[in-house]
Write a protein of this length. Structure first.
Length: 277
C-alpha cells in the first residue's frame, strides 16, 4: 500500500460522513461503534509500525482487529445491499492492522542462514487485496452516484499497485462518470498526479496538480506535492547530466584509455610485488 498512507484517514472521514445521515434500520448495526474501533486500530497500528510495541498494545490491536472484522462481516450478512456495511468490511480488509508471525532469513557466521520468525504489526486483514477491493467495488455498484465511494475505490486500487485501473477510473470520473463535485474533482486530479508520479511521469504529475489548482487554488496537499516533484525532477536532471558526462568521457577516451591515465599499465605492480613477505 504505497500511494496514500493517508487513504485510511480519508476512508474514516467518508465513513463518518456517510453514516451520520443513515436512517435507523429495523435491526440497527453497530456501524458507528465499529467505525470507532477501526479508527483506534489504525491509529495504534501506524504507531506500532514505527516503534516497539508492548504486549498489552499488541493484545489490544489484535482484539480490535478480530472483533472489527467479525462485526463487519456480520453487517454485510445482515444487510447485503448496504453500501456502508460493504465499505466497513473493505476498509478493515485493506487498511486494518493485525499482529502476524513473519518469517525471515537471518545469517550468522557460525550457523549460516537460518529461518526465523518474529511478531510484527502488518496492514491488511487478508493475505491479499482482492477481497477488500471487491468489497469497495461493490460499494460503487450499490451507490453509483456517490463520488466519495468512487474516489476511495480508485485510491485503494492505487494503494494496491493497480495503477492503470485506478488511473482509468479517475479519468472516467474526471470526464463526468460519475458526476463529481468540484471538491471531489480536485481530489481526483491530485490522485491522478500521485499515480503519474508513481509511474515515473513527473511532468504529467505536475500538470495534474496545476489542473487541480485551477479548480481550487487552496487545494490541500498541492503545495507539498509540488515541493516533492521539484526535488524529484532536480534529482532526475542531475542524474541525466551525470550520465551524459560519463558518456562523453567514454566516447572521447574509450574505457581502457580513460582508466589507463590513472593506472598506467607499466606502473601496476605484479601480485608478487604487492604481497612479498
Amino acid at each position: 500500500m504505497k500511494i496514500a498512507c493517508w487513504a485510511a484517514g480519508l476512508l474514516l472521514l467518508c465513513m463518518c460522513l456517510g453514516w451520520a445521515g443513515e436512517p435507523a434500520a429495523e435491526e440497527p448495526l453497530p456501524l458507528q461503534q465499529e467505525m470507532s474501533g477501526f479508527d483506534r486500530n489504525v491509529a495504534l497500528g501506524v504507531a506500532l509500525t514505527m516503534r516497539a510495541a508492548t504486549a498489552a498494545e499488541l493484545e489490544e490491536l489484535q482484539s480490535l482487529a478480530e472483533r472489527g472484522l467479525k462485526a463487519a462481516r456480520g453487517a454485510v450478512a445482515k444487510q447485503p445491499d448496504s453500501p456502508d456495511a460493504h465499505y466497513l468490511l473493505g476498509s478493515w480488509l485493506l487498511y486494518g492492522y493485525r499482529v502476524a508471525e513473519v518469517q525471515h532469513i537471518s545469517y550468522d557466521p557460525e550457523r549460516g542462514e537460518t529461518l526465523e520468525s518474529s511478531t510484527q504489526v502488518v496492514q491488511g486483514m487478508a493475505d491479499g487485496a482482492n477481497e477488500g477491493l471487491a468489497e469497495l467495488k461493490r460499494v460503487t455498484e450499490l451507490a453509483p452516484t456517490e463520488g466519495d465511494y468512487f474516489l476511495d475505490y480508485a485510491a485503494a486500487l492505487a494503494d494496491c499497485d493497480r495503477l492503470p485501473e485506478a488511473q482509468g477510473l479517475l479519468k472516467s470520473a474526471w470526464g463526468g462518470k460519475p458526476t463529481l463535485s468540484q471538491e471531489q474533482k480536485m481530489h481526483a486530479g491530485l490522485l491522478l498526479s500521485d499515480i503519474s508520479a508513481a509511474q515515473g511521469d513527473l511532468s504529467g504529475a505536475r500538470q495534474w496538480i496545476y489542473t487541480a489548482l485551477s479548480l481550487d487554488q487552496t487545494a490541500a496537499g498541492a503545495v507539498e506535492r509540488l515541493r516533492l516533484l521539484d526535488a524529484a525532477q532536480a534529482a532526475e536532471a542531475a542524474q541525466a547530466l551525470l550520465a551524459e558526462a560519463e558518456e562523453e568521457v567514454s566516447e572521447e577516451y574509450g574505457e581502457e584509455e580513460y582508466w589507463g591515465e590513472y593506472w598506467p599499465e607499466e606502473e601496476v605492480e605484479s601480485e608478487e610485488e604487492l604481497y612479498w613477505e
